[in-house]
Design a protein around this ligand. Structure first.
Ligand SMILES: [Zn+2]
Length: 113
């Protein structure tokens, strides 16, 4: 990776990547992931509802319903974290390789690479 230097003060230290897309990516990815995780809770990776229902079935009736609810939530959470991680990663990549905006911590100048 080549060294990035502030065009104003010439400092190569304390340069921060302005992560606009990374934040958007995390939020969007988390939202999409949680929906996907919730919808996909009965199939594939997210079998939380089925497992939850089985555990809940020890106490019949109410337990089954509660188990499905908890399992579905677990699926949504798992989806959220997976989606957020992917969104964060993609956003970071875009920030670093497409937008390339930096802020200098020494003189507060913002610049593009
Ligand atoms: Zn500077």
């Amino acid at each position: 990776m080549d060294e990035i230097v502030c065009p104003k003060c010439g400092s190569s230290e304390r340069l921060y990547l302005i992560s606009t897309i990374q934040k958007i990516g995390t939020a969007v990815g988390g939202g999409v992931g949680s929906i996907a995780g919730y919808l996909g809770r009965g199939s594939g990776i997210c079998t939380g509802a089925i497992i939850g229902a089985r555990i809940g079935s020890i106490v019949p009736g109410v337990g089954t319903v509660a188990g499905i609810a908890v399992g579905g939530l677990a699926g949504a959470f798992a989806g959220f974290f997976t989606g957020a991680a992917i969104g964060n990663y993609v956003g970071k990549y875009i920030d670093r390789n497409v937008i390339c905006k930096y802020k200098c911590g020494r003189c507060n100048a913002t610049f593009s690479r």
